[in-house]
Design a protein around this ligand. Structure first.
Ligand code: NAD
Length: 375
């Protein structure tokens, strides 16, 4: 199979879908790797490094799209890219099919077998293919570093000849993959950390990382069968906001990660609540792209409101391109192996992972939710 790796064209995207270290494994199964010139440069992987690993460098994306049996990307393709993909080829990468109905239609029209990294089922067997988790890990880590850089205070307790420095207090809202990594990172830096998440299993996870769990009456039915949070009632969110408000005057940093799959992120901090934070505090809102957990968040912008810096964090994994590409490319490789266990073997669409991740095939949109949304 000819596997093509184009250069990402979305501004600010530094990751790449294949790293040189993984090429030999594909080659062992007689696959050929074609990389667009400069595709890995922003992630420090030179054309020479790809060539040395056995890939062929192709001068432009159009040529690559004409020849590739499979295209591997990070960002969802633009429709103008998708139209250039060879008819009948396959695609593995982010697709954001709800946000990109035109691309989904182009995939179906061009009989492209499209696998979306966002739709890899979040089951134990598929953890090694789960790019949402690997990228959330990076985002949670980086969010804490951004906050520590923006705040005019150190994180650890220091007892020095020049006096005692009290530790920073970090509040984490939403302790899923990103939130748990943010807790671990803030703890390593010596901060006092507290967190809240409505899913019942999370309390123990938060405590096992050495953070305090904000106690409140938990919602009865907070989790879907797939382990995601459900959208909570306005009454619960009101109580949650009261509990958060009670903490805010003593907090220096808020990292918010709360999301509900397929919905706008819940607003957990109003403008009035921001005023409760001590001057100089920092909010890093990882839900910025889904509308933000703070009412004052502006996606992809850092704003100062009521003496508080609010970072509308977008695509933090792209700020750590080496490790993000490394993890993403391994997720792709593991999914690839699940889809194509042997060279030229037919794809098993009864397999839960292949079926879940596949959005288009044989000229049709095969995911019911996306099919209805695209209509
Ligand atoms: P996510 O990004 O969708 O949401 C982030 C967090 O926000 C979640 O923990 C959610 O509970 C929380 N949240 C939602 N509403 C909230 C509110 N009102 N207040 C505070 N927090 C709120 O979630 P995610 O991090 O991608 O994944 C969530 C969970 O899914 C994981 O922690 C894990 O349990 C499960 N998961 C399982 C696997 C697996 O078994 N293979 C893989 C990935 C994730």
């Amino acid at each position: 199979m000819k596997i093509g790796i184009p250069k990402e064209i979305v501004p600010g995207e530094t990751r790449v879908g294949m790293i040189p270290a993984l090429i030999s494994a594909y080659k062992r199964d007689n696959h050929e790797i074609f990389v667009e010139q400069g595709a890995g440069v922003a992630a420090t992987f030179s054309d020479k490094a790809y060539e040395a690993a056995g890939a062929t460098i192709v001068s432009d994306a159009k040529k690559l799209f004409e020849m590739a049996d499979l295209i591997v990307k990070v960002q969802p393709p633009k429709n103008e890219e998708a139209r250039l993909f060879r008819e009948g080829c396959a695609y593995i990468g982010y697709l954001a099919p709800l946000a990109n109905p035109d691309v989904v239609k182009t995939f179906a029209a061009r009989k492209i077998t499209g696998f979306s990294m966002e739709f890899v089922p979040r089951i134990t067997r598929a953890q090694s293919m789960d790019a949402l988790s690997s990228m959330a890990t990076i985002a949670g880590y980086k969010a804490v570093l951004i906050a520590s850089d923006r705040i005019g205070k150190m994180f650890p307790l220091l007892m020095t000849a020049a006096g005692t420095i009290t530790p920073a207090t970090v509040l984490i809202l939403g302790a899923g993959v990103a939130g748990l990594q943010a807790i671990a990172t803030a703890k390593r830096l010596g901060a006092k950390v507290e967190a809240f998440d409505p899913r019942p299993a999370v309390k123990e996870q938060v405590k096992s990382l050495g953070a305090a769990f904000i106690e409140m009456e938990m919602p009865a039915d907070a989790e879907t069968a797939g382990g995601y949070a459900k959208e909570l009632s306005p009454e619960f969110i009101k109580k949650e906001m009261e509990a958060i408000s009670a903490r805010l005057p003593k907090v220096n940093v808020v990292i918010s990660t709360a999301q509900v799959f397929g919905k706008r992120a819940p607003i957990l901090m109003t403008a009035d609540m921001v005023k409760l934070l001590p001057a100089g505090s920092v909010i890093v809102d990882l839900a910025a792209e889904q509308g933000g957990n703070c009412e004052l968040t502006e996606a992809d912008k850092t704003v100062e409101k009521h003496g508080v810096t609010i970072v509308g964090a977008v695509n933090l994994p792209a700020t750590i391109p080496v490790d993000a590409s490394n993890m993403y490319a391994r997720n792709v490789q593991n999914l690839f192996k699940n889809i194509y266990p042997k060279p030229d073997s037919p794809i098993d669409f009864e397999d839960e992972v292949n079926k879940g991740a596949c959005i288009t095939r044989n000229g049709e949109i095969v995911n019911e939710m996306i099919k209805n949304a695209v209509k």
